[in-house]
Design a protein around this ligand. Structure first.
Ligand SMILES: *[C@@H]1O[C@H](CO)[C@@H](O)[C@H](O)[C@H]1NC(C)=O
Ligand SMILES: *[C@@H]1O[C@H](CO)[C@@H](O)[C@H](O)[C@H]1NC(C)=O
Ligand SMILES: *[C@@H]1O[C@H](CO)[C@@H](O)[C@H](O)[C@H]1NC(C)=O
Ligand SMILES: *[C@@H]1O[C@H](CO)[C@@H](O)[C@H](O)[C@H]1NC(C)=O
Ligand SMILES: *[C@@H]1O[C@H](CO)[C@@H](O)[C@H](O)[C@H]1NC(C)=O
Length: 269
């Protein structure tokens, strides 16, 4: 007998992508400016990562920026800070829509409705999450199977860094429950597993055009699990011919990488 749980997981995940395709077809007016084929991940291609900065004037930072993401999170370079730092998460279930943007699959919650994280007293509201495969950030040169980005923005007009991205890395193993989410409409961001309390923190950029800088990055140190089948389906759904959507590692240019680690948590980096 074959493993009986497999087809169930598969169909739930397939539903997720059918939804993705359907919502792409019914894309709203606000999203029409997102041309899915304006850039891609084909190394050496006309619209590949090394050419992004030349495609549009507004994308100049992709080529000339000096605080770009992703980077290698090298344990030799980090400054260890023996406390968690002031990050509080307060997410809640909210209506969301899925869109296949061609270069990734994005899940977007209704504006500012899915809760927030507070970094050093500044509130950043969760807007959307999307997936990259393989991972964009590497830890000590290791590239993982998948990376989830939870994108948050601050509504305070006087904040200099108005975007904060929480990144989670996944290695292949057990299936990830959040990716098998069946619910249509209301999606609970608390379903995203975030183990441990240690994380990397540095200032970088968006990893897709326009590659805007001043983005606060927080990368969880604990590696999550995702099944090979989930990664395969995610890669297939993305319309990029290279079937991967990870920007290459960018130069650190002297930036500081901090590693927040509570006293009681014994993690190795
Ligand atoms: C989701 O949207 C439906 C339909 O617009 C609404 O009835 C429901 O209250 C919403 N739920 C949440 C949690 O926002
Ligand atoms: C919060 O602010 C303090 C003081 O300015 C700073 O030392 C710390 O690194 C900040 N934490 C984060 C996560 O940015
Ligand atoms: C922004 O302004 C608000 C109220 O005007 C203030 O409470 C907050 O500390 C300010 N934040 C920064 C980063 O200056
Ligand atoms: C905000 O971004 C600037 C670069 O644009 C960086 O120098 C600064 O450290 C960032 N501030 C925080 C609190 O991350
Ligand atoms: C991932 O799977 C391993 C077993 O291979 C398990 O020890 C670990 O706790 C899992 N990680 C998370 C974040 O669930």
């Amino acid at each position: 007998m074959k493993n009986r749980s497999k087809p169930v997981l598969f169909s739930a995940f397939t539903l997720f992508f059918l939804l993705a395709l359907r919502s792409a077809a019914a894309s709203s007016v606000a999203e029409e400016d997102e041309d899915e084929k304006e850039f891609d991940y084909i190394v050496g291609g006309d619209r590949g990562p090394t050419k992004w900065g030349e495609i549009k004037e507004e994308w100049e930072a992709c080529g000339k920026g000096e605080m770009q993401s992703p980077i290698d999170l090298s344990s030799k370079r980090v400054r260890v800070i023996p406390k968690t730092g002031e990050i509080e998460r307060s997410y809640k279930p909210s209506n969301a829509s899925v869109k296949n943007r061609g270069h990734d699959i994005r899940l977007r919650w209704d504006k500012d409705s899915a809760g927030s994280i507070t970094i050093n007293g500044t509130v950043y509201y969760l807007q959307q999450c999307h997936w990259h495969s393989p991972s964009e950030h590497t830890i000590d040169g290791i590239r993982y199977a998948l990376e989830l980005h939870m994108v948050h923005t601050s509504l305070e007009p006087n904040v200099t860094n108005s975007t904060a991205v929480f990144g989670l890395l996944y290695k292949t193993g057990d299936a990830d429950a959040f990716l098998d989410e069946r619910q249509v409409g209301v999606i609970d961001p608390r379903g995203i597993v975030m183990g441990g309390r240690s994380y990397f923190n540095y200032v970088g950029s968006l990893t897709v055009p326009p590659c805007s800088e001043g983005v606060i990055w927080i990368i969880n140190n604990e590696i999550n699990n995702v099944s090979m089948n989930q990664v395969r389906l995610l890669r297939k759904a993305v319309k990029d011919d290279s079937e991967k959507n990870a920007r290459p590692i960018q130069a650190l240019n002297g930036r500081e990488i901090r590693f927040f680690q509570p006293h009681h948590e014994k993690t190795s980096i």
